[in-house]
Design a protein around this ligand. Structure first.
Ligand SMILES: *Cc1c(COP(=O)(O)O)cnc(C)c1O
Length: 421
């Protein structure tokens, strides 16, 4: 039992919502409509977070500045475009447990992974391997294999391991001396499992490996302390739990001790240059990287794609990740309570149930007629996602989901038994 006093009735779910101190934040988001015309039960925040209503007016404001000021928008207005990416830095750093100068919002996740691997994957003939955890998100795997090939290595230099601390540590003990880079997911995209990054960073460093992490499903979801955990580098996208919108600007983190080192090799572009001399153009032929994560920027950022992030991260600042995590544990715990009542012939919960090993998302293996179950959910106005062949991923998000959403989902799932058995 994850919720004290748990009771499976709808009234109980409604009572939990009434007692929830942040229940009003739901009203600040647009909830997509189901085919019935009613708001859908949106449990897809792990894939695309919802749109905060205030986004529209901030985008309108940037368009107005463009219309009224043209190029002067780079230096005028309340948030001049020249330093626009800096407006989200501190909020991002709070979510990451990082120093602000360790954080930069730029590009998208896979691009950032390539840029940081240009610096942090420095293979030698005796130490060329990269260790990743499985299941691996395809884009990460493609990026990593292409980096191996770029350096003249083949797939034999790719080591994989299931996403479990003991197994990763064992593999590091065995093979650590030939591993150049360990790259793991903070929260696994398919299973929803949270890894103990502090412990794994120590294990990787003991073997002399660089330790990088993918935070696509971790940022805005679970507490992080990248600086104290001594993580070397990290990348993330902002359209999942951060609600930055489709194709939102992603981000990169570089530990302070690396950020101070201007001599680190990297792929340069004018936005990584010192901002005080950046616009001197041809008068500054030599690239002098900025200190900190900003020194890994390449191009000037898309303002219209950063604006939604400013709105959304303000909400995270207001509520605080501690409050969100608190509700998230209860909300997802409540979902577990409801699902535990279903027979194990029908359902397997792939996500660990221990609080420290799960975030918002639960991954459910549907053992009987998975496609029919998915269809029944979708017809009843539930938005969650289905991964072939039989995994349903559902993420109650504490910023905008209610206990009643979770109750509705469980109710529909329970009623969607296989008719042909
Ligand atoms: C969502 C996600 C991505 C997305 O990559 P983009 O480059 O932003 O398209 C990459 N890796 C993981 C693990 C993800 O969950």
């Amino acid at each position: 039992m994850f919720t004290p006093g748990f009771d499976p009735s709808q009234e109980y779910a409604q009572a939990l919502d009434r007692a929830d101190p942040i229940s009003t934040y739901r009203d600040l988001f647009h909830l997509p409509k189901a085919s019935t015309g009613k708001p859908c039960v949106y449990l897809c925040g792990h894939s695309l977070g919802l749109m905060p209503k205030a986004v529209r007016s901030l985008i309108d404001e940037e368009l107005r500045i463009w219309a009224d000021l043209g190029v002067e928008g780079h230096f005028q207005g309340t948030a001049p475009w020249y330093r626009y990416h800096e407006t989200v830095r501190e909020s991002g750093a709070r979510l990451l447990g990082a120093r602000p100068d360790e954080v930069v919002f730029m590009n998208s996740l896979t691009v950032n992974l390539h840029l940081l691997m240009a610096t942090f994957y420095r293979p030698t003939t005796s130490r060329s391997a990269i260790l990743i955890d499985e299941p691996t998100f395809p884009s990460d795997r493609y990026a990593i294999v292409s980096q191996l090939q770029h350096h003249g290595f083949d797939r034999t230099s790719l080591l994989t391991c299931s996403a479990a601390e003991d197994e990763i540590e064992e593999l590091l003990d065995r093979e650590g001396r030939r591993i150049a880079l360990v790259f793991l997911s903070g929260v696994n995209f398919l299973t929803g499992r949270v890894l103990d990054l502090a412990r794994l960073a120590k294990a990787a460093h003991r073997q002399g490996c660089v330790f990088g992490v993918d935070l696509a499903h971790a940022i805005g979801n679970v507490p992080l302390a990248l600086h104290d955990w001594n993580i070397d580098f990290a990348v993330w996208c902002s359209y999942k739990y951060l609600n930055g919108g489709p194709g939102a600007v992603g981000g990169a983190y570089v530990h302070y001790r690396h950020g101070q080192d201007r001599s680190l090799p990297r792929f340069a572009g004018w936005w990584g240059n010192d901002p005080d001399i950046r616009f001197r153009m041809q008068l500054e032929p030599d690239f002098i990287p900025q200190i900190g994560a900003d020194g890994w920027q390449v191009s000037n950022p898309p303002i219209l794609s950063l604006a939604p992030l400013r709105v959304s991260l303000r909400l995270f600042d207001e509520v605080s990740l501690t409050t969100l995590r608190n509700k998230s544990l209860r909300l997802t715990g409540y979902l577990l309570d409801l699902l535990m009542r279903l027979s194990s012939d029908r359902l397997e919960i792939l996500t660990p149930v221990a609080a420290e090993q799960r975030g918002c998302q639960l991954s459910l293996r549907i053992k009987q007629c998975p496609r029919e179950v998915q269809l029944a959910l979708s017809n009843a106005g539930v938005s969650c996602d289905f991964r072939e062949p039989d995994v349903l991923r559902v993420a109650p998000v504490p910023l905008y989901n209610s206990f009643e959403d979770v109750w509705n989902f469980a109710q529909i799932l329970t009623g969607s038994a296989c008719t042909n058995l």
